[in-house]
Design a protein around this ligand. Sequence first.
Ligand SMILES: [Fe+2]
Ligand SMILES: [Fe+2]
Length: 158
Amino acid sequence: MTTIYERIKADHETHRRLLDGIADTQGDSEERRKMWNEFYYDVKSHAAAEEETFYSKLMEDPKGQDDARHSVAEHKEMDDIMEELNKMDFSSPGWLTRFKTLKHDYEHHMEEEEEDIFAKGREVFSKEEAETFADRFETRKKAERKLVDEKAEGSLEE
Ligand SMILES: [Fe+2]
Ligand SMILES: [Fe+2]
């Protein structure tokens, strides 16, 4: 059975491929919009599902609290940049500059999850728990995918 670690890593591979692909696009092209949209919706639902099924549990363990807080704070920072990019003119030179900041930050975030956070998870959770979290992640990610637009509007009203 799939564990939460394998499930998250599979998404990260998709995200890395999209980050590289988007970095190679130029201007307001169909290619850039298509890959950006795929990235935007998948990363947002991925991060929300991580928080709801993995980080919330890690937060409950005193050994995991700091790591969980750190990652959730990074999600918020990256979410702000994603909202910014989503509203920016795709043809402006500033778009790619800002995107590269996101790419750098997000690559670092994924690496940290795969190395430090997963190691912490393996200390705190049993294999069975890690498999249960993978199932929950799948369900939550699908539900979150439908809520992305609604939540983005809510965050603009803050
Ligand atoms: Fe994350
Ligand atoms: Fe992740």
